[in-house]
Design a binder for this molecule. Structure first.
Ligand SMILES: O=C(O)CCC(=O)C(=O)O
Length: 277
């Protein structure tokens, strides 16, 4: 397979800014199949794709599994975190047009429990993503700062677990990440980012592989379930799992439940509440 690595310029840009976008990954034909899969699951098994179960749908859907193991995404990710890559989770971020859902300013690395920060969030646009429908905004260069204090708000429209929020982010230093369906953005776990509500008439959908971690990344709060995405795991810090062969296999759902239970313990460590996700 032809390598689709980032250019030196793109890698420099990532290191300077803490994110890079857009990167072409999926064809419109592939995007259509993914959208159809979401519609089908939402209709037939709504509980398997909402709330806590918006996490790790790639464990039971071969179509989402193929995104997580897409060689083009992995070629780009390899340029940043190295050849030995684990897929350590995914989140489907859907913003309905008639709801107020938003994502407060935060750093992914705050509650994930992974160290060192040799990992990355890969966010794939399944619809057009723009300022009107609530694209992500990144605070350029913020990945060079320390992990900041986050205030847990548990705001019911906040799409983050605890509604965790960094205060006093200068909006004019943040940049919108505009993506067409099938395009990818990558961001560093310390990059401060967030997104506003969807003011358009259509759904805004993003699928985040959160995160691809280097095999040298350990977990300091709980247990992370992983799939080998590329290379070898010479550290063996995490629980390795299988990949799905058909939609909604019982054994895959059991695995997804175990992974999500562990994820919830990590994300809500020391929290006084448990949110929707
Ligand atoms: O989908 C969004 O608007 C935000 C997603 C996000 O914060 C992330 O993937 O880290």
């Amino acid at each position: 397979m032809k390598k689709t690595s980032l250019t030196d310029k793109q890698i420099k840009e990532y290191n300077k800014n803490g994110y890079i976008a857009p990167i072409d990954i999926l064809s419109l034909e592939q995007v259509k199949i993914i959208k159809k899969e979401i519609d089908y699951v939402e209709k037939k098994w709504p509980d398997e794709i909402n709330g806590l179960n918006r996490n790790n749908i790639h464990y039971y859907s071969p179509i989402f599994d193929q995104i997580v193991h897409n060689y083009k995404i992995l070629d780009s990710v390899e340029c940043i975190i190295g050849h030995n890559i684990l897929a350590a989770g995914s989140v489907l971020f859907v913003k309905e047009p008639d709801k107020k859902g938003f994502v407060s300013w935060h750093q992914d690395g705050k509650y994930q429990g992974w160290k060192p920060f040799n990992y990355i969030t890969a966010w794939v646009a399944i619809t057009d993503v723009n300022e009107e429908n609530g694209c992500m905004r990144m605070w350029t260069g913020s990945h060079k700062k320390k992990i900041k204090d986050h205030k847990d708000t548990f705001d019911e429209d906040n799409l983050l677990t605890r509604g965790q929020t960094i205060e006093n982010v200068p909006y004019n230093e943040t940049v919108p990440i505009l993506l067409k369906p099938g395009q990818l953005s990558l961001h560093h776990p310390k990059t401060i980012h967030g997104s506003g509500p969807n003011l358009s008439k259509n759904k805004r959908i993003g699928f985040a592989i959160q995160s691809y971690i280097g095999t040298n990344v350990d977990q300091f709060i709980g247990e992370t379930y992983v799939q080998q995405a590329r290379g070898n795991d010479e550290f063996n810090y995490h629980k390795h799992t299988s990949r799905p062969t058909a939609l909604m296999n019982k054994k895959d759902l059991i695995l997804r439940d175990k992974a999500n239970t562990e994820l919830q313990k990590i994300l809500y460590k020391d929290s006084i509440n448990i949110g929707k996700y």
